[in-house]
Design a protein around this ligand. Sequence first.
Ligand code: CU
Length: 93
Amino acid sequence: MAEIGQFTVGGHKYAFAPSAIEVQRNDLVKITFKAEDIPHSFTIDEYRIAKRAGAGQTVTFEFRADQPGTFRFYCNLTQDDGCKNMSGQLHVR
Ligand SMILES: [Cu+2]
């Protein structure tokens, strides 16, 4: 049965915490993403998610985890070169 999964994810130079999120297929996933130092984004290409948070700011969004598999989430901002090293994994079981 689908449930609601709520997660708080922090982004900082240059990592996500936590760096792995696990949900069940068809869960409604609600993420509160906070950029803790400089602006960061939470991006998952396969889910067409790209949420940007300004420095020290929080953005909240939700999506239905309807595709099973392991998906990379990353920061797609280019202002700081280190951001390309930021990545994590969403596991949809
Ligand atoms: Cu970043």
